[in-house]
Design a binder for this molecule. Sequence first.
Ligand SMILES: C[S@@+](CC[C@H](N)C(=O)[O-])C[C@H]1O[C@@H](n2cnc3c(N)ncnc32)[C@H](O)[C@@H]1O
Ligand code: SF4
Ligand code: SF4
Length: 307
Amino acid sequence: MKDLPQLSNRVAAQFRLVSRHLYMNPLEKCNLKCKICYTKKTSPILSNAQILAFIDRYQDAHKLQTVTYCGGEVFALQSFPDLVNQTVARGAMVQVITNGTLDQLDLLAYPNRVNLIVSLDGLEEYHDANRGLGNFQKSIAFLQKAQRRGFHTEVFSIVTKQNYLQLNNFEEYLQTQLSQPVEVTYHPRKPPAYLDHHPVSNITGETEGFDFLSDTELVTLMKEKQTFPPKQLGCYQLGVMSDGKVYGCCEGITPLGVMDDEIADLLVHLRQRLIKWERENTLANCLGCSQPEFVCGIKRQLFLLQN
Ligand SMILES: C[S@@+](CC[C@H](N)C(=O)[O-])C[C@H]1O[C@@H](n2cnc3c(N)ncnc32)[C@H](O)[C@@H]1O
Ligand code: SF4
Ligand code: SF4
């Protein structure tokens, strides 16, 4: 990759780092119907052949270190274990974001090359109120088995007003259940400013019992815990969605192009987004966002965080 003279050193370094990562959403369909899930369950599904052809073209153009698979629920696809195995066979690490209720672990051939990120929204009663009765225990059993088999494991956890004060209890509980410590990344419930501007992932779902965080709560959470988006941002990468469009991150609203485009062109378009970000950005020490006009609906809170 050529030098990036129009980006600051800091953002250029982050760009180099993230351009070794790909995010892939093979499908939006899911086996669960979580009450506060924000994604539309649209029909297109990318085949393994389409995904692997994109990975091959990416590797011809650029160094690739990690592929993150998300959905929908990827383990709802029978062909998913083969996709993971074939991705690892190409030399990449794989991350899978999953609800952990569908166990295909025995079919994954390279546990130590796979990081399983399981979504747990808090303690059992609260988690099951969102995800359905019995699903907390399934996901905990999935994590336990994954650790026994030698997979890397992490947890993603959605935060609302109702579980905001229970996060430390939740973390302590997790350590009692698991043989190895897990890192938890908190996802503040996507705020109305996100849902109002995202063209596809815009489902509000239920709010009773799962209220959006106030600005103060969101800012405190970002200060005290590891969150997504992170407080310094930098959360961009090429993100391929199930309809074949390619975005500048997993939450993108305006595509950079489509899967068939040249990889180099997609990366140039991503870089142009970051140049725009740097021209307009007023946040200090920030690693940038590929959707400067959107910023996941948290521009106001990021500004409050710094002031
Ligand atoms: C859309 S899910 C797809 C992967 C998988 N089905 C799962 O639940 O982990 C990706 C991540 O988004 C999180 N998520 C779902 N609804 C959310 C919301 N309203 N606000 C913030 N994060 C949300 C999920 O908990 C999960 O960690
Ligand atoms: S959060 Fe994940 S498991 Fe729940 S409905 Fe959405 S995609 Fe499915
Ligand atoms: S829109 Fe910006 S803040 Fe949100 S995930 Fe994408 S790059 Fe990160």
